[in-house]
Design a protein around this ligand. Sequence first.
Ligand code: F6P
Length: 319
Amino acid sequence: VNIGVLTSGGDAPGMNAAVRAVVRQGLAGGHRLVGFRHGFDGILKADYVELHPGSVGGIIDEGGTFLGTGRSPRFELEEGQLAALENLAALDVDGLLVVGGEGSMKGAHALCLRGFPALGIPGTIDNDVYGTEVSIGFDTCLNTILDAVSKLRDTASAHDRVFVVEVMGRKCGALALYSALGGGADFVVIPEDLSHRDQAARAVAYDHRRGKLHTIILVAEGACTADEMVKALSGNVLGHEVRRSVLGYIQRGGHPSARDRILGSRMGAAATDALVGGTSDVMVGVEADRIVFTALEDVITKKKELDLSILDLLATLAL
Ligand code: F6P
């Protein structure tokens, strides 16, 4: 089988481990591997590389994606998809493995609807993809945020300050929620429960009346900006200065954690086996530490639920 592979959307630590697994598992089975550069645009521009065992040597511990990534507006159009199919046929590619977030899964599904075998591997720091408990990159990103929160707490407590920390996640609050829990934050604001955004100022004022000296508030970018939260707090934190920190793109970089390397390796190999075995139009995922497959149709139409009981736990632990 001639297998194409690409990474698409925002890069996530562990994508390299996934592509490495795809390549090595595929080659071990006697298949040919073609890597497309910078996502679906790589197919449209016939920008590709033949992959050999050495092509993926020494990358398991590297962040980013050695294939490059990108979002392709042209591939969203019928014209782009038809052009991609022509190029795939010209390169003799029989099936495609797509590593990325929900938008990338839509791209894989679009090819399947046109009769071309494709299979998804979830790679996004946001952990917002239906069909898997965890996506590649989420764990590393959480660790990066926790490292930053620890450092911010040092300076927050030295000055008795309130710190508002804005994290990524697009429309999903998973990064904010879990890093708030793991980082011992006092408050979190996520798009899934905006009531907390309105309560934050009152809660912080109350905490200070009780004698709390410093406060860490995490906000998910999908709920509000750090600046908006700082504004909402003004006048409610008498005697305490408020500072903000937008963590930004450092959240996407860095060496993948052990969990993301292992997850990428398992998912990459399982997806390759599935594609070679004739399975298509599904995404590989992990549930209760087991590899599972979910129809791409469900992946792109269903919403992954966030465990909102963690908000209560956070409130109790932040006492
Ligand atoms: O999906 C990953 C992500 O990092 C989001 O958390 C963020 O909103 C977005 O990508 C940023 O995208 P871009 O790289 O296009 O600025």
